[in-house]
Write a protein that binds this ligand. Structure first.
Ligand SMILES: [Zn+2]
Length: 220
């Protein structure tokens, strides 16, 4: 792999907004003189010990972590990745799509959202139905429930795209504090997939899509 030029690393350190990065990680920052302060996500923080200095684009944890650094150090810590990987994420803006989690639990590879922003409403519902269908196939308990109700034929389950909602759809959507995530969640609320609270409407239930004669999912 080609070496990343120092100039590129310096550019990222100064140009990528640490404030945006930290907030994208789910940390609420409040102004404190020239600094911003928030709860450090890397330790069990009770009082805001994370200090972000926008003028220098640096952060520091005054609490248990006693560490800090640049945007690169932040991404390494927040996503549990190497220096090089952090630089690549920052270069492609992918560092901003991190799920807010403790570093040790973070997943480096983020699964793509199961729904497509460009899709029309009918297509979107079909994608949700498909996702629920795939979820059902991986949930022995839900399959056993259907079996008890007499739905024992895999072909029927496949043909009618029977599904199961278990909250995983919500986990796979972009966070609601990001524009794309908010837009998608709004659309799914209108379509009745999500409740106004943001929870999945069919949580814990089998889902039966109603398919129009044209083969589109009209409702669930
Ligand atoms: Zn800390």
């Amino acid at each position: 792999m080609a070496r990343i030029p120092d100039s590129e690393i310096e550019r990222l350190k100064s140009e990528v907004s640490l404030e945006r990065l930290v907030e994208g990680h789910g940390v609420k920052l409040e102004r404190h003189g020239a600094d911003l302060r928030g709860l450090c996500p890397f330790h069990d923080d009770r009082e805001p010990s994370l200090v972000v200095t926008p003028a220098k684009n640096l952060w520091h944890c005054l609490g248990a972590c006693q560490t800090g650094g640049t945007v690169i150090d932040w991404v390494m810590r927040a996503q549990g990745v190497s220096f090089r990987h952090a630089v690549e994420l920052l270069r492609t803006d992918a560092a901003f799509t991190a799920v807010p989690t403790q570093a040790k639990h973070s997943t480096v590879v983020k699964l793509p959202p199961p729904v497509d922003r460009e899709a029309g409403d009918a297509q979107l519902l079909s994608q949700v139905a498909h996702f629920y269908h795939e979820t059902l196939k991986g949930e022995p308990e839900a399959l056993a429930y259907l079996q008890k109700r007499g739905l024992t034929d895999a072909e029927v389950i496949g043909r009618f795209q029977l599904g199961y909602a278990n909250r995983t759809l919500g986990y796979r959507l972009s966070a609601s504090n990001r524009a794309a995530g908010a837009e998608m969640r709004g659309r799914l609320q209108k379509l009745g997939v999500l409740r106004d609270s943001g929870h999945e409407h069919f949580n814990g239930s089998p889902v039966i899509p109603i398919v129009s004669p044209a083969g589109e999912v009209a409702q669930m």
